[in-house]
Ligand binder design. Structure first.
Ligand SMILES: O=C(O)[C@H](O)[C@@H](O)[C@H](O)[C@H](O)COP(=O)(O)O
Length: 272
């Protein structure tokens, strides 16, 4: 059952990124205690990549068993593998190359070196997610194991940045991706944010996650954040759509918080 979002407001973007990093480290440790391994879905963007740098710089980072963390991405730019625009490359430079991760657990979406179209890369990513779900199902010895494997592995935390136009991952207002109801991954063309071709998890996929963390800084995001938290329609305001099954956290800085509905600030900020 999905619950209402909670908002936690931080004085500025560097405090925000350090705080998200601390939360993430703690969360991964907790999930590993319970399940032995943990799965995180990363995002690109300033706060997404800045948070990964903050994790790498944290003295608490060694508390996580990085060899038992599965990494996926919410979206990726469909460009050559070595392109500096790749979210996966930026994540590698900021964090993954500094940690004892298991390369087999790093699930980078395919690049334009591997496939001719973003749709083919999206299908490939969906297939790999399905295979991970099947492997997880086969390894699950618990009594409450479902009869059939799902199409997605357990996603413990999904990180999502928000664009000034309120996009999340590569789901842009009014475009096909945000309307998708069936597929877990879509190919994107004509992204208003360059580069134009991308692949993205869809809302139905994101919303299987236990926790969704919306990570946002900057005044240019205030309108999008305000509309999303006021309950706008996700087709026009994609950031209004993501919901974790147990928690949806908005981790934002003061600049991004100026249009958060007052009742939410009062209701959630104190207890966040
Ligand atoms: O590929 C991307 O561009 C991102 O995944 C995208 O969804 C990003 O998270 C937002 O655009 C916020 O980016 P900023 O934090 O840089 O504004």
């Amino acid at each position: 059952m999905s619950v209402d979002p909670r908002v936690s407001i931080h004085p500025d973007s560097s405090v925000l990124m350090a705080a998200i990093a601390a939360r993430l480290i703690t969360k991964l440790v907790d999930v590993q205690d319970k399940h032995g391994e943990a799965t995180v879905v990363l995002t690109g963007g300033t706060v997404g990549i800045g948070t990964l740098k903050a994790v790498a710089d944290s003295p608490a980072a060694p508390a996580v068993d990085w060899s038992k963390v599965n990494f996926w991405w919410g979206d990726e730019r469909f460009v050559p593998a070595e392109d500096a625009d790749r979210n996966t490359r930026q994540a590698s430079e900021a964090l993954l190359s500094h940690l004892p991760v298991d390369p087999e657990r790093i699930h980078a979406p395919a690049s334009s070196d591997d496939f001719a179209t973003p749709e083919e890369a999206a299908e490939d990513y969906a297939r790999r997610l399905r295979e991970a779900a099947q492997a997880e199902h086969a390894a699950d010895m618990s009594d409450d194991r479902p009869d059939q494997p799902g199409v997605l592995p357990r996603l413990d935390v999904v990180l999502l940045g928000v664009g000034p136009d309120a996009h999340v991952a590569s789901l842009f207002p009014e475009q096909g991706g945000i309307r998708e109801k069936e597929r877990t991954v879509v190919g994107v063309r004509n992204s208003p944010k360059p580069p134009p071709q991308r692949i993205s998890l869809t809302l139905p996929a994101i919303n299987t996650a236990a926790e969704v963390w919306m990570v946002v800084a900057g005044e240019d995001k205030a309108g999008a954040v305000g509309l999303a938290l006021a309950g706008a329609n996700p087709v026009q305001v994609p950031a209004a759509g993501p919901r974790g099954t147990s928690r949806t956290l908005w981790l934002i800085d003061e600049n991004a918080a100026s249009r958060v509905p007052q009742q939410l600030v009062r209701k959630y900020a104190a207890g966040a």
